[in-house]
Design a protein. Structure first.
Length: 413
């Protein structure tokens, strides 16, 4: 079976070592290739270089196409380019991996005009049309609407939220014109049905990176009083909520270290900071927490596994999530987890069973659950054990690859 995957970026398995946050697409690809040798998958992704014919890197087939300008903007010439690729490859399935960017709509246009919309299926990653509504939660107006030099170039917080909303318009068009969609939470199912109640919805869980199946968290190996967070480079990841909780913890005598992977807000000269970065800095100074926060920068797979394993717990303070890969990674390692009760998170974390959930409007509850883990080691270890049991079922490599292949085969009937 020949399958064309439209993805949003070049994957690490194709040599893009800068894309360190990606996991589930590579994981699913490798699982399918392991269990279904007859699956001929070709990866199609945008690039700033001129396109090539089919490239083959370590047995992974791919096409990098040139997308004019910013991929957040609709490219009217992309539809015809996709039609040419479809005509030359003649895939039996065209799978759009994510609705976040307008090129997903261009592929829908190409399939409709080529008369093969029945071969098209779309996977939900995030739902940008809904994420935009949560983008500024918990931020004061001067941060939301304020500007620094960087914001004049790249857009301030409010402008970033509007860009998500603009991309959401193309996301809605994608879901209005496709017949089939793959999701993995009750939240994304509701969002999809809200846009198109006639769409056929399939449930298919993800596959994580192999290192997370191969390792296991142990309390005895942790750095004392350490919390790990995987992203904080823009407001929806909720670092401002985490800082408020850290203040509550400090007032109660807990001097913790918060280790945050991803872009380092403060590695650049201050004149290059955004208004949001300045706000985080002011919060940390206000609460005398500057020494407690460590921004690690981007980490590769090996380095990020080490960070998970040496932390006492994992926290997901996001303002909105569908199904967080980072949460899944922490759970499958067997870590105690605390997550904001937003989006699809409750499909993974069962409060008081395999982790704790808190409301983003109540950061003091996040702090309460951190104290609960630190004061009750046995509880932390049991929560982590239950999290691992849950995650091993949810992220079963062979089962999830089989479900996806069954969905593809069902499209032929």
């Amino acid at each position: 079976m020949k399958i064309l995957w439209l993805i949003n970026f070049e994957l690490p398995i194709l040599g893009n070592n800068e894309m360190v946050n990606e996991g589930w697409i590579s994981g699913m690809y490798l699982a399918i290739k392991e269990y279904f040798s007859d699956a001929d998958i070709i990866l199609l992704f945008p690039q700033i270089r001129l396109e090539k014919d089919i490239n083959n890197v370590n047995g992974v087939k791919s096409i990098g196409y040139y997308e004019r300008g910013n991929i957040e903007h609709y490219d009217p010439g992309l539809k015809n380019k996709f039609k040419q690729i479809i005509e030359s490859l003649d895939p039996e399935v065209i799978h759009i991996m994510g609705t976040e960017y307008p090129h997903a709509f261009s592929m829908c246009e190409a399939c409709i005009e080529s008369g093969i919309v029945d071969r098209l299926i779309v996977s939900i990653q995030g739902m940008v049309s809904y994420i935009s509504e949560a983008y500024c939660l918990g931020l004061p107006n001067n941060v939301r609407y304020g500007f620094r030099l960087k914001d004049l170039v790249y857009g301030n917080v409010n402008r970033q939220a509007k860009r998500f909303a603009m991309r959401g318009e193309y996301e809605r068009r994608v879901l209005e014109c496709t017949h089939r969609v793959i999701g993995r939470t009750e939240w994304d199912k509701m969002c999809v049905r809200d846009i198109n109640d006639k769409i056929t919805y399939y449930h298919n869980n993800e596959v994580l990176r192999q290192s997370f199946y191969d390792n296991k968290w142990e309390y005895a190996n942790c750095m004392p009083n350490t919390v790990f967070i995987t992203q904080g480079n823009y407001p929806i990841k909720g670092i401002h909520i985490l800082i408020e909780a850290a203040n509550v913890l400090k007032r109660n005598g807990y001097d913790l270290q918060y280790r945050i992977a991803g872009e380092n807000h403060f590695s650049k000269p201050r004149w290059k900071w955004s208004k949001y970065t300045e706000y985080l800095h002011s919060l940390m100074n206000k609460y005398l927490l500057s020494e407690n926060f460590v921004f690690l920068g981007p980490l590769d797979e090996t380095a990020i596994v080490k960070e998970y394993l040496k932390a006492n717990m994992f926290i997901l303070p996001s303002l909105i999530e569908n199904s967080s890969n980072s949460l899944g990674e922490a759970m499958i390692l067997g870590m105690p987890v605390i997550a904001s009760d937003v989006g699809g998170t409750k499909d993974f974390v069962k409060h008081g069973v395999n982790g704790y959930l808190f409301s983003i409007s109540e950061p003091y509850m996040m702090a309460h659950y951190v104290m609960e883990y630190l004061e009750n080691r046995d509880n932390a270890m049991e929560m982590g054990r239950q999290a691992r049991i849950t995650a091993l079922k949810l992220y079963d490599r062979e089962n999830n690859a089989s479900v996806l292949m069954d969905i593809y085969k069902g499209m032929e009937s």
